[in-house]
Design a protein around this ligand. Structure first.
Ligand SMILES: [Zn+2]
Length: 331
C-alpha cells in the first residue's frame, strides 16, 4: 500500500474463551465440501424453486461455537433439498471461527476478532475498521440484503428453554408465529454493543415487509439443539410454501407447545463490572419487583416489575456488553 492508511484494527473484544461446564454432545459437521458456494461468495448457496415466491435465507454459525445451525444446513444440503417455490439461500457465516472450534475449549471460538453479530450497522459495515468478522460480514452482506425472510440459527451459553428472538417489529413476531416453534417468543431491540444481522437493513424497517427471526435452540452443545435447529428450519420452509409437511416429520422435532410472547423492556448494559447475585441461566420468571439480580460495580440491579423474565444472562461480563435482558409477558 503506497502512502495508504492501514485500516483501523482496534481489537474490539477480549478472547471469548470461558471455563466450560457443559458436555459437548454435538459434533460440528465438516462443511469444507460447501466452500465453493454457487453465488460467487464462499459458503453461500442459492436454490431456485419452479414457482415464484419469497427469497428466504437460513443462516448458521454466525457464532463459531454454535454447531446446531450447521447441522440443520448440512441436513438440507445432504438431502439435496430444493424449494418448491421462491429462492432459498443457505449461508454458513463465520467460517474462520467455526473451523477453529475445539471441543476441549469450546467457548474460545465464538469469534476470532469480534462478535460477528454486532457489526451490522451500516456505518460499521461501510466504515474503515477491519477484523476477520467485518471482512466476512462485508462479503456476505449482499446475500443477506437480498433475502426477504431470514431464519438465523443460534444457541445459548446456558442450559435454558429455547427462545425465538423476533426483533422490534410486529412482522418479526408474525414470522415467529408462522414458524410455530419454540414456545417462547421475545420481541427485543438488541444490544448496545452493536447491531445484529437479524436487524440489518430492511429487516428492521417498518416500511418493508422483509422479516427475520433469530432462534436460540438451547445450550450450544446439547443434542436437542441440533434437533430443534432442523425442526425450526423445516417449519420455516413449510410456512413459506417451500417444503411439504414431510420435512417436519423427517426433522424429528417434538410436538410444538402453544407459544407465549414477551417484550424485552430493558437490557442491563454493563458499565463497570457485573456480578450476578445468583447463578441465573435464563428463562427464570422472577416473581417480585425489587428482587436483586446482581451488582454493576457498587450499583444494585433489581427487577423493575413483578413476573420479570430473565433473557440470556451472559458470562462475558465486560463493560459495554449486555449482562442480561429483562422481559415482560404480553400474551
Ligand atoms: Zn449465537
Amino acid at each position: 500500500m503506497i502512502g495508504g492508511i492501514l485500516p483501523k484494527k482496534d481489537p474490539p473484544m477480549p478472547s471469548p474463551s470461558l471455563p466450560n461446564e457443559y458436555a459437548v454432545e454435538l459434533t460440528p459437521p465438516d462443511i469444507s465440501a460447501y466452500r465453493e458456494g454457487n453465488t460467487g461468495i464462499p459458503y453461500i448457496w442459492r436454490f431456485e424453486g419452479s414457482q415464484p415466491g419469497p427469497h428466504a435465507m437460513i443462516s448458521a454459525i454466525v457464532h463459531g461455537n454454535e454447531p446446531a445451525g450447521a447441522i440443520a444446513l448440512d441436513w438440507l444440503m445432504q438431502r439435496d433439498f430444493r424449494p418448491a417455490r421462491g429462492t432459498l439461500t443457505l449461508a454458513f457465516m463465520n467460517i474462520a471461527a467455526y473451523e477453529a472450534f475445539d471441543p476441549a475449549d469450546p467457548n474460545a471460538t465464538r469469534w476470532v476478532d469480534e462478535d460477528f453479530n454486532r457489526v451490522w450497522a451500516r456505518d460499521v459495515l461501510e466504515g474503515d475498521r477491519d477484523s476477520v468478522e467485518l471482512r466476512r460480514a462485508r462479503e456476505v452482506q449482499p446475500a443477506v440484503a437480498a433475502a426477504d425472510r431470514l431464519l438465523d440459527i443460534h444457541t445459548m451459553q446456558h442450559l435454558a428453554p429455547p427462545v425465538m428472538i423476533a426483533g422490534t417489529r410486529p412482522k418479526g413476531v408474525a414470522l415467529a408465529r408462522e414458524i410455530g416453534v419454540p414456545r417462547i417468543v421475545i420481541s427485543d431491540a438488541g444490544h448496545a454493543a452493536g447491531v445484529r444481522m437479524r436487524d440489518h437493513g430492511a429487516f428492521d424497517d417498518a416500511s418493508s415487509d422483509a422479516s427475520a427471526c433469530l432462534i436460540e435452540c438451547g445450550q450450544h452443545w446439547e443434542a436437542s439443539a441440533g434437533t430443534l435447529a432442523k425442526d425450526a428450519t423445516a417449519r420455516f420452509l413449510v410456512a413459506l410454501g417451500m417444503a411439504g409437511d414431510d420435512l417436519v416429520a423427517e426433522a424429528g422435532g417434538e410436538k410444538p407447545e402453544p407459544q407465549v410472547f414477551f417484550d424485552v423492556t430493558e437490557a442491563v448494559t454493563i458499565e463497570q463490572g457485573f456480578t450476578f447475585a445468583q447463578p441465573f441461566t435464563g428463562g427464570e420468571i422472577i416473581e417480585n419487583a425489587g428482587t436483586l439480580l446482581g451488582h454493576d460495580g457498587d450499583r444494585a440491579v433489581v427487577t423493575p416489575y413483578d413476573e420479570c423474565m430473565l433473557v440470556m444472562p451472559s458470562k462475558r461480563l465486560w463493560p459495554g456488553q449486555t449482562a442480561v435482558r429483562l422481559a415482560r409477558r404480553t400474551t
